[in-house]
Ligand binder design. Structure first.
Ligand SMILES: NC(=O)c1ccc[n+]([C@@H]2O[C@H](COP(=O)([O-])OP(=O)(O)OC[C@H]3O[C@@H](n4cnc5c(N)ncnc54)[C@H](O)[C@@H]3O)[C@@H](O)[C@H]2O)c1
Length: 308
């Protein structure tokens, strides 16, 4: 892979991906496209490639890149704050950005890997499999369902082209601090405990989440660029863990013994008790098995945060 493009490369997952691509393909020319609305230049420390500061939903892709061809395009750019309720803005920027990108890539049939989301599954609970009917509960999730629909239509039209969606579950790891309130619960709980506060979780801390370490997310994203065919794949750890258990792991790694403080859940009616990625399709079709179980990934992350 010698010519690569990453949208949203200044963000959490995008920057981890960009720096890993640079490490794995040291001779590659890598272009990041990001308008920095929620990213942070600090995430790209050490990046030696080109940064195009532009909104993907307004960029004239053909004019910007001419006839330059890429070996793969990774699409991470998106409004990621799920509390942005401006429907026109969410759908415009997320969907039209993807449409422009896909139309640009279709000319050369450049492989595209894009970030979908477990949010497409909605508030149903239990093991989530890719063939489940989408049930978006907010406009962010709705916009991701539209990405999956667009990708499927293009893939049906051009079976030889590879366009792969990854439904990321709850991602945690380095370079997420800029996301503030939208950063992972692992980071929120770490920060509270680090400052000596009791970690606050919704009563009774037994909700389970499929938290996935960003290193596994990056590994699957890179692997998806050489997928044998188009499709949508879950990207989780496959090992859900409760908030109480997360607090236990954090206590062990921080050398603390802080008890959770349980608070009432204002979203109790539509709060998922349990999310869990069925990872069998990624394993069967892409040969990918997540390497980081939650306890190990959280320990590695705490180690990173403590030595920052
Ligand atoms: N972090 C998670 O747990 C998670 C879960 C599911 C899906 N995702 C998806 O993964 C992708 C990356 O998310 P993240 O957690 O790194 O978030 P992030 O906010 O850190 O990164 C998003 C990046 O995209 C950029 N961006 C947003 N809209 C843009 C636009 N129109 N044009 C150009 N740049 C734009 C932002 O400036 C930012 O740098 C997103 O598509 C997100 O929806 C993330």
């Amino acid at each position: 892979m010698r010519n690569l493009l990453v949208t949203g490369g200044a963000g959490f997952i995008g920057s981890n991906l960009t720096l890993e691509l640079q490490r794995q393909f040291p001779g590659a020319r890598i272009v990041v496209v990001d308008d920095f609305r929620s990213g942070d230049f600090k995430n790209l420390r050490g990046f030696r490639g080109d940064v195009v500061a532009a909104d993907v939903s307004r960029l004239d892709w053909g004019r910007q890149f001419g006839d330059r061809s890429f070996d793969a395009i990774f699409h991470e750019a998106s409004i990621t704050d799920t509390t942005v309720h401006d429907q026109g803005l969410q759908v415009h920027d997320n969907v039209e950005g993807f449409r422009r990108l896909v139309e640009f890539a279709s000319g050369t049939q450049t492989p595209v890997v894009y970030a979908s989301s477990a949010a497409t599954y909605g508030i149903g609970s239990g093991v989530q499999t890719e063939d489940q009917e989408p049930a978006p509960a907010n406009v962010y999730a709705f916009s991701k369902v539209q990405l999956d629909n667009l990708a499927r239509m293009h893939a049906q039209r051009s079976p030889a082209w590879r366009i792969v969606g990854l439904r990321y579950f709850n991602v945690y790891g380095p370079n997420e601090i800029h996301k503030k309130a939208a950063a992972s619960m692992i980071f929120q709980l770490y920060r509270q405990m680090k400052s000596g506060q009791r970690p606050r979780v919704f009563r009774s801390g037994e909700h389970r989440r499929d938290f996935v370490f960003v290193r596994d997310v990056v590994a699957l994203t890179v692997r998806a660029a050489t997928a044998p065919h188009s499709g949508v794949f879950n990207c989780g750890s496959g090992h859900p863990i409760s908030f109480n258990e997360v607090i236990g792991v954090l206590n062990r790694n921080l050398g603390t013994s802080l008890e959770p403080e349980y608070i009432d859940n204002p979203y109790a009616d539509f709060y998922q008790p349990h999310t869990e990625a069925d990872m069998s399709r990624a394993s069967k079709e892409l040969g990918f098995v997540p390497q980081w179980k939650p306890a190990e990934g959280i320990a590695e992350y705490v180690n990173f945060l403590e030595n920052r």
